[in-house]
Write a protein that binds this ligand. Structure first.
Ligand SMILES: [Zn+2]
Length: 88
């Protein structure tokens, strides 16, 4: 299991941008499986139970790189699933 530590590479001197997920969600896909991504908090999650990849959004820019993704644990995955699908 990977643990999210350290800092992500970031550009200096860039202005903060508003990340409009809905506007670009159609063109976003998991770089590993081309599957759908779910926008959650400050990250994007591959909606594939097989991968459980979480991609960070840094300064409003999604970093869709497998190398920068985090593989979620069973526990984290369960919690995220609960957030994605509110209990009815
Ligand atoms: Zn995937």
């Amino acid at each position: 299991m990977h643990v999210l530590t350290g800092r992500w590479p970031r550009d200096t001197g860039t202005h903060h941008m508003t990340f409009n997920f809905e506007a670009i969600s159609d063109i976003l896909a998991c770089p590993k499986c081309r599957g759908e991504l779910v926008y959650l908090g400050d990250s994007l999650i591959c909606d594939s139970e097989e991968h459980r990849l979480q991609f960070p959004i840094v300064d409003g820019i999604p970093r869709l790189l497998v190398e920068e993704s985090v593989t979620l644990s069973d526990d984290q995955w369960d919690r995220l699933k609960n957030q994605m699908e509110p209990t009815s």
